[in-house]
Design a protein around this ligand. Sequence first.
Ligand SMILES: C[S@@+](CC[C@H](N)C(=O)[O-])C[C@H]1O[C@@H](n2cnc3c(N)ncnc32)[C@H](O)[C@@H]1O
Length: 240
Amino acid sequence: MLIQCGALPLTLAILYLMASFRLPTDYLTLAVVQGLLAALITWKLALAAWWRAIQLLFPLALLTTLALQLPSWLFGAGFLLLLGWYWSTFRTQVPYYPSGPAVWDAVRQLLPADKPPRVVDIGSGLGGFTLYMARVRPDAEAIGIELAPLPWLYSWLRARLTGSRARFMRGDYENLDFRQFDLVFAYLSPAAMPGLWRKASAEMAAGSMLVSYEFVIEERTPDSIIRATAGENPLYIWYF
Ligand SMILES: C[S@@+](CC[C@H](N)C(=O)[O-])C[C@H]1O[C@@H](n2cnc3c(N)ncnc32)[C@H](O)[C@@H]1O
């Protein structure tokens, strides 16, 4: 949005020049010029390539939406939906994307067989991992903690409606004490890993393990790396 705002004075200047030369200056021209300038600024700032496409298409999408003359409440509803889904992704830099049953089963095989394991999925999304653990290890204490309200609500309802023992908490895993768990499962993002390591190394109990799907912790070499299937992303494991 800042980039679009930054591009706007330039767009207006260009349109003013075009008008002086009697060139067409309709809304479509405005959207195209604005999109091109915003994409150019994005490229100059060396942001990821997909941001250029977003900046280029944003003014055109805005124009199209205005032309559709949608009722105004729809924008409010859309905003609330996206807010509930993404919540504070701008801060955590961890959006929702799911892991799958093959990965969950590989993690299940890591659980201690000789005692009821306590497992937590930090950032439990729609709850798949936690529900699976509660089902395949009936002796396990399976907990999921999720920051975003909508995915949390969905996982909570799933547990309620299926009669699962899985427990879902709404909150920030930063406020959870990792000492109480035998296995902490994380599927987060590269941005979250340094903070996760600081927390895990300060709190995790002897004999417990941290398992991160896809994203490694640069600060400490994993003790083990496994893959659910040959083509799968790695599961990185640290023992405490
Ligand atoms: C990549 S998804 C993984 C979902 C699920 N664990 C799975 O494997 O399918 C990461 C989730 O973590 C949540 N999340 C990010 N930061 C969090 C935090 N500090 N506390 C709790 N949840 C968080 C996001 O909202 C998102 O739903």
